[in-house]
Each structure stands twice: as C-alpha cells, then as structure tokens.
Design a protein around this ligand. Structure first.
Ligand code: ACO
Length: 428
C-alpha cells in the first residue's frame, strides 16, 4: 500500500510531502522530521499537538475516557490487580504468571532498604523542609551510590535500576515524613505487601505495635495503581528529556519529581486540600465557585479539569468509589471532607464546569482519601511521585532500548533582539 502523505503548501506552493504514520490506536501522526531542511519549524508551545516519541506502554483516548497500560484497561487493573502486578506489566509488557509475580515481588523486597549513608542526607534538611524537596534531593543523591559501575546500555542493568527505584521510593518517601514530624525512621518490613509496608513505615513507632487496616491498605494500593503511569505527561516527558542525554537514571527520576511538584500537575492534590482549608465552611463554597468562574480572577478550583480527559477521567471514576468506601468505613467527621463532597456535587451540576468539561480529577479524590487516612497534604505529591516512579522508569527504559534514539532538543521561535552592537563599559 502506498504511503499516505500530507502535503504542506504555503501560498499555493508545495513545500514538502510529509509521511503520515499510524500507531496501533489513536490519531495518525504527520512525520515532520525533515521540515527543517525545507526552511520551517513547527510551533507548538505546551506540546498540544506534538507526539515526541513512539511508545508501547500506555494508551489514552481522552475524549472516550480510555486509559490502558500495555493494553489492559485501568479499571480492570485497579479492581483486579495489585500495584506490583501493574509495575510488572508496565516494565515487562504483559501480565506476569504467578511464578513471575512471586519472583518480581521477592526482587523488589530485596531492594527496599537504602544505604545507611543515604539516611544521613536527611539530617541536612531543616525540619520544616517540604517532603517533596527532600525526596527530590535524596532520589537525586541515589545517583551517587549507583553511578560509576552502571551501564545504561545493558537492559539487565536498566531493569535493576528500575527494581531499586520501585523498592526504595516508599522507604525514602516515608523517611521524608518521619523526618518532618521528628519521629525515628522506620525500616521496611518485607513480610508486608507494598502498600502495607508503606503504611507501616509512615505510621508505626518503636513504642507501639501498629496493625495495618486492610481497607486503608487496599485504598493505598489503588492510589498507587491509578497513578502508576500516564503516557507523555509533563514529568514523564521531563524524565525522557533528561534521560535522552544518557544521564544517570536516578538523576532523571529526580528531574521527574521536580516536574511533578507543580500545582498544575502532581501538586494539585496538595493544592486542592489547601483550597478546601481556605474555603473553610460549606456556606463559603458559592463564593469560591464564583471566583473560579470569574475571567478576571486567576483562581481555579484545584482538583478539577484535565489537559487530556475532557469527558471523564477513568481513574477518577474508580478513585471516587474508593473515596466513598474509605469515608464510610472510617466514619470520619471532618468539615473539609464535607466541603469536598459539596464541591463535587456543585461542580458536577454547574453549567460553567459542565460546559467546559471540568470534572473532578483523580487528584481531587486521592487528596480526600489521603486526608481521611491521616496523611498530611504536604505528603500527597510525594505519594504521587512514588507511584509514578514505575511509569517514569518504564519510559526511560523504553527510550534507551529504541535504536537511533536522539537527544531531545526542541526548536524555538526567537523573539529577542538581533545583531546589536556591544559597547564595552571599560576599555580593557
Ligand atoms: N477551575 C476553573 N476554571 C478552569 C479550571 C479550574 N480548575 N480548569 C480550567 N478552567 C477553565 C479555564 O479558565 C479555561 O477557560 P476559558 O476557556 O474561558 O479560557 C478553560 O477552563 C480551559 O482551561 P485550560 O487551562 O485551557 O485547560 P488545560 O487543558 O490547558 O488545563 C489543567 C488543564 C491544567 C489541569 C487545568 O484544568 C487546571 O489548572 N486545573 C486545576 C489544577 C489541577 O487539578 N491539576 C491536576 C491535573 S491532573 C494530574 O496532573 C494528575
């Protein structure tokens, strides 16, 4: 079959015939790689219409509310698999057999502890340091432990880095919390599940026995699963861009943590809780909804809207169920949770939010669950980062396994001064 081409013409003159490629699903892409040789670049700030890579990990159709990892629907994974199964799927391309799952779990367990020298890094932070700042720095510091003998061209070594990161992120995340509240670090326990172990490192203290509530462990596992990967979002693209230069994987993941931190991305769940605190009481919701609708006011309802999902976010649907289950099970009376539930009701009915397709997103519900579990809002994005680490490292590994991979280097539309005469301050 002849290759389909897109013809670019300017003022009626044909400039280039550009090949069109099809993936296994989703929109076709116009291959513009040769455009520069015809004297043009494309202009796409925010990458609204640019596919930056080829990937076989995650498929999203935002209009239809589809999210699949390696072809498996997210709601199936959230309901039928545990987080470590999802990690295996993302890294290896298909669901594990029971034997492969057990082996994978044992491998992850084998790497949960961190080098004692890494623990010392925490003591350099001020006690009120934001946990994301600590995690960003400490994950970056992991690169100093695994660098000189790391060959990123060897798939086995890349996989070992992935296993280490998945295993150590909960330990580092929990340490950042323990440090911020002045409690001793709690070391991992390999007899517990991934989610149970994280809760144990977060909430147990040497003085008392801690028993993990199974409903909370299940909700936690679901939060991890629903944040595991999301295609070429800002932080994943950051990891790919950093990794495209051949940088150390732990440093690349630290770059991902930094990118995730912002309130328009992973910081939304913390920002959402801050907003609920600012609203304070249910009777003030209308005032804040009016502010969000006012074009002259920069205020936005945090936890609402998504760049890709314009009908519904399939993760939010599952997270909503879990959220209501957790609130019911724990029977918590918290005015902030009442505000959240009322805000959800209003936004789902209000003409402004409905017409602009601004639905509560996954972070709206995960924020509420985490709050109900007793996790402080400053830890919300940290939990997102530890869940997303598997996605970041899977993309990094995929990129490095692709032949002919190039360093990421976008172009620009230059709007600054040109050809100015420099007048020296002093004659040397
Ligand atoms: N509250 C009020 N109005 C909003 C909101 C909101 N949360 N989000 C978007 N809008 C409005 C915009 O003002 C704009 O209105 P206009 O058409 O009259 O100019 C319109 O909806 C479209 O908004 P954009 O910013 O163009 O949408 P975009 O797709 O670029 O942004 C984003 C998506 C960044 C998520 C945005 O909805 C937002 O800021 N939401 C709040 C932050 C948040 O919850 N982020 C988490 C995302 S999920 C995640 O990262 C896992």
């Amino acid at each position: 079959m002849a290759e389909t081409k897109a013809t670019l013409s300017i003022d009626g003159k044909v400039i280039a015939d550009l090949p069109i490629h099809s993936g296994s699903a989703g929109l076709d892409v116009i291959d513009i790689r040769t455009l520069g040789s015809h004297g043009y670049f494309t202009y796409d700030p925010g990458f609204l219409a640019t596919a930056s890579c080829e990937s076989a990990i995650t498929y999203i159709d935002g209009d239809k509310g589809i999210l699949q990892h390696r072809g498996y629907a997210i709601d199936d994974l959230a309901k039928k698999a545990d987080y470590l199964e999802v990690c295996y799927i993302l890294l290896n391309g298909q669901a594990p057999t029971l034997e492969q799952y057990d082996e994978f779990k044992a491998t992850i367990n084998n790497h949960t502890m961190v080098h004692e020298k890494l623990v010392h890094f925490f003591h350099g932070f001020l006690p009120d340091a934001h946990p994301m700042a600590m995690v960003c720095a400490v994950v970056g510091a992991l690169s100093s432990f695994y660098h000189s003998d790391l060959d990123i061209d060897d798939p086995k070594q890349r996989m070992r880095s992935a296993h280490r990161l998945i295993a150590k992120m909960p330990t580092i995340a929990a340490m950042s919390y323990k440090y911020s509240i002045g409690q001793p670090f709690v070391y991992p326990r390999n007899d517990l599940s991934y989610a149970e172990n994280f809760l144990h490192m977060m909430f147990s203290v040497p003085a008392e026995k801690y028993i993990v509530n199974p409903t909370i462990a299940k909700a936690m596992d679901r939060i991890f699963t629903l944040h595991a990967d999301h295609e070429q979002n800002a932080s994943t693209s950051t990891v790919r861009l950093a990794g495209s230069s051949g940088a150390n994987p732990y440093a690349c993941i630290a770059a991902g943590v930094a990118s995730l931190w912002g309130p328009a991305h992973g910081g939304a769940n913390e920002a959402c809780l801050t907003m609920l605190e600012e609203i304070g009481t249910v009777d003030r919701i209308a005032e804040f909804v009016a502010k969000a609708k006012d074009k002259n006011d920069p205020f936005r309802l945090m936890g609402f809207g998504h760049r890709v999902y314009k009908n519904f976010d399939p993760r939010a649907t599952v997270m909503r169920e879990t959220c209501h289950d957790v609130l019911k099970e724990l029977n918590i009376q918290d005015p902030l949770l009442d505000i959240a539930m009322e805000l959800e009701r209003i936004a789902l009915e209000d003409e402004y939010f409905v017409s602009k397709k601004l639905y509560p997103n996954v972070d709206f519900y995960s924020g509420i669950i985490l709050k109900a579990i007793g996790i402080p809002s400053s830890m919300f994005t940290v939990i997102f980062a530890m869940s997303r680490t598997v996605g970041w490292i899977s993309h990094w590994d995929e990129m490095l396994s692709q032949p002919g991979q190039k360093i990421g280097r976008p172009r620009q539309k230059y709007t600054g001064e040109i050809d100015r005469e420099f007048v020296p301050l002093k004659v040397k």
